[in-house]
Design a binder for this molecule. Sequence first.
Ligand code: HAM
Length: 425
Amino acid sequence: MADNTTFQPPRGMRDFYPEDMRLRSRIFDAWRTAAEQSGFEAYDACVVESLELLKRKAGEEIVDQIYHFQDKSGRDLALRPEITPTLARMVAARQGGLAFPLKWYTIGQCFRYERMTRGRKREHYQWNLDIIGEESVSAEAEILATAVRAMQQLGLPPEAYRIHYSSRTLLSALLYRLGIPPEHHQPAFLALDKRGKIPDSAISELLRSGGISNEGIPAVLRLLEIRSLDEALQVLGSDSLAADEINFFLACANAHGILPALQFDIGVIRGLSYYTGIVFEAFDARGTLRAIFGGGRYARLLASIGGGDTSAVGLGFGDVVIAEILAERQSAQTELPRKGYHVACMHPDQLLLATQIAASLRTQGHCAYLALAPMKPKTFFSKADAAHAAFAILVGPDDAAAGTIRIKDLATRTEAACPIQQLLE
Ligand code: HAM
């Protein structure tokens, strides 16, 4: 008896049918074009990574979400939840032979066993842009300017999104002013990053277990009420290192023309433990979706896995939220420009001639779709139209006999006669 079981993709994993691939390719093309325009070089690595590396380097939240397994030799491996630890490993392995600063990009699939919400799947593609070996915050501005170019490529106007930024250096300085010693700053960052995601009582508990005293907790929570950069700098005194860094970052962003997209937000801390300086996350302007992209400065990750004392900055930009935004704005209309030829014959006797015509067009560098069996004119022209072909050639018995075929321009609906011999040359 036939087995009628139908299978769905595993929960949280996506299939991409050709119509889905159109939007995905559009997003990938925008990412690639923007990266190449800004002089980033492509790299790649395998989605399978050592569990040990990922556990040591990802934030706590991500560690719980790792898909891991043992191979047949008992090695502990995992599907990467992010690409940054792999990038750090690759750079550390060639530390002596690379010409810094590196500007590298990749587009890769990542897997996280996340609670499924809008904009979050268990698998996504992530564009990673990183600059390694540049201390100046001009690198932060360069990364963000490149991300903005990708948004432009995708047709998103500046008012469609906001880039929220803050600085862990700044937050550290504020914590220090409250009398909290540096060794408690890291657990405080990870606790404060959860604001809005878990109740304040649970955050207080995390702060307490991170070494912050009961008396200190309300003051730490109050830091998140700071509303502007001016307010933060007033508390801190404007001659701090954090202030200098942020002011120069803003000057560079202004030179790139992206300053209007930026918005100070003390609540942007990031859930990954390796960030050390300026951090950022972009959101849709209505603020209804999860982050479009996120990233920041990580000054010590490379040194911590055996590389040099090399500071880096980068971002991860996923395909899920941006696809939703594009679909919502309907600029995602994947209306294809007309391209190439559709070639068919009306009778089996002309199949070889139609094949020769398609082969010749392909040799000349054109795209040519060849119908592999004879077709009725009505079916053929409607298929060619639906496929957004620019031209259609239907070889009939009379054409073959006359040595001439008609090339139909599907946009203007006009026909031009062409000697077959000329087409085959
Ligand atoms: P992240 O904030 O964990 O950072 O992820 C970056 C982006 O990946 C998110 O803003 C979102 O677009 C996408 N993303 C993450 N998880 C999911 C998910 N479950 N479903 C759909 N999209 C998702 C990082 O991963 C850092 N390693 C980025 C980085 C690169 N920092 C420096 N260099």
